[in-house]
Design a protein around this ligand. Structure first.
Ligand SMILES: NC(=O)c1ccc[n+]([C@@H]2O[C@H](COP(=O)([O-])OP(=O)(O)OC[C@H]3O[C@@H](n4cnc5c(N)ncnc54)[C@H](OP(=O)(O)O)[C@@H]3O)[C@@H](O)[C@H]2O)c1
Length: 336
């Protein structure tokens, strides 16, 4: 009997914050495999801020998801059957599999996962795309030196929490900016950050001045907007600003707020550079090995926020923009 596949499709192009009516949940049978293909049962789906950009009809690093398409998503699953010599049934794999229960692939862009290294959800988190973003964004673009002051925003999130922990491993002073007392407490007391700033209740510029008395050498920017401007006013000579994301701007219906304080780059001979994690794909295996080693030594922790049920996608996705997620946001779709 044919397997049934529930899929979450884009029904309308969202304006501002996505609404439940921008999505439709459909069911269709899984077709037979052709030569060279594999059938993957999806277990965990990664919910990422970048998905907001993928459903906007504007030029980006990937073409937009079209109305009626299955929503694009990174995911992790187990191979049910394979007609591809490189994969066998039972293998755990990850790739761009979509928001659905089953995916058929020809193997392109599919990576094998070793579940003995870490629990499955960690392979979409510290050992997955967000971890790679933190690793290469901080080390390649941010170039921290021991003793540097590193500031990171969305600091309790999937990317930010890893940035801060790697910066500590590299002997930097680390200040995280996050929303709410619980997140601030976590990054200092569980992850070893030197200080935390709750941007929802504290005045960010004043707090940064207090916690970064020698200025800011590296800023890993996940949020953009006003926080970027506050940091720019306090950078030190030769500072590096990593433009990783600008989540405060993703649901804007008006123009994106750019940095007003950009002349601080001139005065301080500083740089601000964008980074895209997929540019580093050939180097992922080396980074995963090093990060898995840090995890095994207890120096790098992974925290996931898991929501159960494919049908929860529309409301769960919004947690990224309200800050309701505490750790890497993932949907659990099935048991292994
Ligand atoms: N360049 C790349 O290749 C690449 C790859 C992956 C991710 N990214 C970017 O990295 C950033 C973090 O992504 P993630 O996956 O790690 O997500 P995440 O941090 O786990 O979740 C998003 C967090 O952003 C914070 N946030 C939401 N709205 C905000 C606002 N208006 N002002 C300040 N903070 C706000 C919330 O935390 P609080 O509760 O602390 O507000 C929320 O929990 C995003 O900008 C994303 O686009 C870039």
């Amino acid at each position: 009997m044919a397997l049934s596949n529930h899929q979450l499709r884009l029904a309308a192009r969202p304006v501002g914050m996505p609404k439940p009516t921008d999505w439709s949940l459909v069911e269709e049978p899984v077709r037979d495999l052709r030569n060279g293909e594999l059938l993957i049962k999806i277990l965990y789906i990664s919910l990422d801020p970048a998905m907001r950009g993928w459903i906007s009809d504007r030029k980006s690093y990937v073409p937009p998801v079209q109305i009626g398409d299955v929503m694009r998503a990174l995911a992790l699953g187990r191979i049910v059957s394979s007609q591809n010599p490189n994969f066998v049934a039972g293998d755990f794999v990850s790739g761009v599999l979509g928001v659905q229960e089953y995916a058929i692939s020809d193997g392109t862009g599919i990576f094998k996962i070793d579940p003995r290294i870490a629990p499955l959800p960690a392979h979409l988190s510290v050992l997955g795309m967000p971890g790679m973003t933190a690793y290469f964004g901080l080390l390649d673009t941010g170039q921290p030196n021991p003793g540097d002051t590193v500031v990171v925003s969305a600091a309790a999130g999937a990317v930010g929490a890893v940035v801060g922990q790697i910066a500590k491993i590299k002997n930097c002073r680390v200040v995280g900016i996050a929303g709410g007392q619980d997140k601030c407490h976590h990054i200092v007391n569980d992850l070893g950050f030197d200080a935390a700033i709750d941007y929802k209740t504290e005045e960010v510029y004043g707090a940064l001045r207090k916690h970064c008395p020698k200025g800011i050498d590296v800023y890993f920017d996940n949020v953009g907007g006003d926080i970027l401007d506050a940091v720019l006013a306090l950078i030190s000579r030769g500072a590096r600003i990593v433009i990783c994301g600008a989540i405060s701007q993703y649901n804007n219906t008006g123009p994106i707020k750019g940095p007003g304080n950009y002349l601080s780059l001139l005065v301080n001979r500083a740089s601000m550079k964008g980074m895209l994690v997929t540019d580093y794909m050939p180097r992922y295996p080396q980074a995963i090995r090093e990060m898995a080693g840090w995890m095994a030594e207890g120096r790098l922790k992974s925290r996931e926020h898991i929501v159960a049920g494919l049908e929860k996608f529309p409301e769960a996705f919004l947690m990224l923009f309200t800050g309701a997620n505490f750790g890497k946001l993932e949907l659990k779709v099935a048991e292994p």
